[in-house]
Design a protein. Structure first.
Length: 155
């Protein structure tokens, strides 16, 4: 009982001191809500390049030799956790190039540890995978690039 009273007093005091020296008329009422626009821009996943070594990827016509190499890398290093058309340990990768930017895919492939800590989409995917983290397969940039080419054929 005594504890409760003291807590109440402290609360009342701190509340009172809060209101005291508040500067008045700082934010104009009815200022335009510019934030709405910014938020919708960020929420378009195709504009998110992710975090990692890849800042820009130029895509040309699909290169079938790279696709074949990509398929081999995929079978060797990714199929323990991924299938193209079905969710497995990780998400199904069908249509991945339609829903993520090329840079994001390569950064996720090469730098998953940092991505699942800092990138909003990867954080969400980690939660959906019940906390099972994507493993870093120590890929070279070239391996990540041929994988991307392979994924471009899997829509
Ligand atoms: C140990 C299992 C594991 C391995 C091996 C693995 N991944 Fe993943 N991957 C995951 C999980 C789980 C996720 C979801 C994010 C998370 O939980 O970390 C994921 C997410 C992804 C995503 C994002 C999917 C989406 O819907 O946006 C891509 C792209 C991806 N992985 C590509 C690869 C590639 C390419 C390889 C092979 C080099 C690979 N992964 C190897 C488990 C794995």
């Amino acid at each position: 009982m005594k504890m409760k009273l003291i807590t109440l007093m402290v609360l009342t005091l701190s509340l009172a001191s809060c209101g005291g020296d508040k500067p008045k008329n700082e934010a104009p009422v009815g200022a335009p809500m510019q934030q709405t626009e910014v938020t919708s821009e960020i929420s378009d996943p195709m504009l998110n390049k992710g975090i990692g070594p890849i800042s820009s990827v130029t895509l040309g016509e699909i290169d079938q030799a790279m696709v074949a190499e990509g398929e081999a890398v995929f079978k060797a290093k990714c199929t323990a956790c991924h299938k193209i058309s079905k969710k497995f340990v990780g998400p199904a990768l069908k249509g991945i190039t339609q829903r993520r930017s090329a840079e994001w895919i390569m950064n996720m492939t090469m730098n998953p540890e940092e991505m699942i800590k800092k990138d909003p989409i990867a954080i969400q995917l980690l939660a959906e995978a019940n906390g099972a983290p994507m493993a870093n397969q120590n890929l070279t940039e070239e391996e990540a690039r041929v994988l991307l080419e392979y994924f471009r054929t899997k829509n």
